[in-house]
Design a protein around this ligand. Structure first.
Ligand SMILES: Cc1cc2nc3c(=O)[nH]c(=O)nc-3n(C[C@H](O)[C@H](O)[C@H](O)COP(=O)(O)O)c2cc1C
Length: 364
């Protein structure tokens, strides 16, 4: 049995590739839309992440590697000099507080609008999400995306490579490639959003091809020990659906192809982390494997302790509890009270609900 399949304590340190974690509580990527129209993370973004540096590892909110990949108003990018300078202040602040941070590199695919990105919306196939999106002009239906041509896909791979190199140049400890939640890479993986023919559509192997090419290219650019991938089989988000049979076939193949690369980690978002699909993928991967149970109910301390004690995960990814509790590792270690999450300020602008959640010490 590989070492990483043995149970570990949630509060024990870990080495995942080049990453050194003081504990196995990973702050989940959380889009907060506080980087303005230019996508430049400013001082409050640095303060927000620095406050949460006691996480074993922070995964940044989804950041776009190209303007066409820009998915949300106020989302930060990894493109311009100004954006990278903003991120440098964030990574310096996290490191000064003893933390580690990787950038989530995310191309929005069809889950955006040209009123957000200023670009044509692209995807594996010309199928719109049947919902509305917040643009600077209000709520609008998602557009029908243009299907990318096969000869454009090397350019998409290059965007992930450039974004990842830029992340390292801005001081990040690594990257998490966003293959989850209905954005571009996830759209390629699923038969519901990918109606292409070979070589990038049809069979599970073909639908996994672009993700594998992206991961390999980023590994070649910055080293496998700094690269993670997030996936969300059966998450069924943003009109991307998987049947159980297809999830097993597509993600099984994907993980088998990635296993020999020596990635820093795979992070999986699934409603049943202890179930057969997730644990089967974990065994096939054999390396650091992080779990998170999804949006329906908030991740709790008891769940995290149980997944670790059962040996079902090497670290637990926690979103909303970290959002509301900057000192979450201490609170969970000491089993103390938690701050209440305030939903109304999650996507507000400015410091309110962002940098003003108190630590235990501040509460007194
Ligand atoms: C406000 C908010 C923003 C999110 N943004 C991202 C994101 O940028 N990238 C991503 O992969 N997941 C994102 N997620 C999903 C979280 O990473 C996580 O999977 C989810 O919150 C479930 O975990 P929890 O129950 O611990 O909060 C977001 C979730 C929330 C609530």
């Amino acid at each position: 049995m590989p070492d990483s399949l043995a149970p570990a304590d949630l509060f024990a340190p870990a080495a995942f590739g080049a990453l050194r974690l003081d504990n196995r509580l990973v702050m989940a990527p959380l889009t907060r839309m506080r980087s303005g129209a230019e996508g430049i993370p400013g001082p409050i973004v640095a303060e927000h992440y620095a406050q949460r540096a006691s996480a074993g590892l922070i995964v940044s909110e989804g950041t776009y590697p190209s303007f066409a990949g820009h998915a949300f108003v106020g989302q930060p990018g990894l493109v311009t000099e100004e954006q990278l300078a903003g991120w440098r202040a964030v990574t310096d602040a996290v490191h000064a507080n003893g933390g580690q941070i990787v950038a989530q590199v995310m191309h929005g695919g069809r889950a955006t609008h040209e009123h957000i990105s200023g670009h044509e919306v692209v995807a594996p196939s010309a199928i719109a999400i049947q919902a509305e999106v917040h643009t600077p002009e209000g709520k609008e239906p998602y557009p029908v995306p243009r299907a990318l041509r096969d000869d454009e896909l090397p350019g998409i791979v290059e965007e992930f490579v450039t974004g990842s190199r830029n992340a390292i140049a801005a001081g990040f400890d690594g990257v998490e490639l966003h293959g989850a939640n209905g954005y571009l890479l996830n759209e390629f993986l699923s038969e519901s959003s990918n109606h292409r023919e070979a070589p990038y559509g049809g069979s599970p192997e073909n639908r996994a091809r672009l993700v594998i090419e992206v991961v390999r290219a980023v590994v070649d650019a910055i080293g496998a020990d700094r690269v993670g991938l997030r996936i969300s089989p059966e998450r069924n988000a943003q009109d991307v659906f998987d049947t159980p049979e297809d999830a097993e076939a597509t993600y099984g193949y994907l993980i088998d192809q990635l296993a020999p690369l020596g990635l820093a980690f795979v992070s999986i978002l699934h409603p049943d982390p202890s179930g057969e699909l997730v644990q089967g993928l974990r065994t096939r991967f054999g390396g650091p494997f992080l779990v998170n149970s999804g949006f329906e109910s908030i991740t709790t301390r008891d769940e995290a302790l149980a997944w670790m004690a059962a040996g079902h995960s090497d670290a637990v990814v926690v979103g909303r509890a970290f959002l509301a509790n900057p000192d979450l590792p201490r609170r969970w270690r000491e089993n103390t009270a938690l701050n209440e999450l305030v939903p109304a300020t999650i996507y507000a602008s400015g410091a309110e609900g962002y940098t003003d959640y108190p630590t235990l010490e501040q509460v007194g």
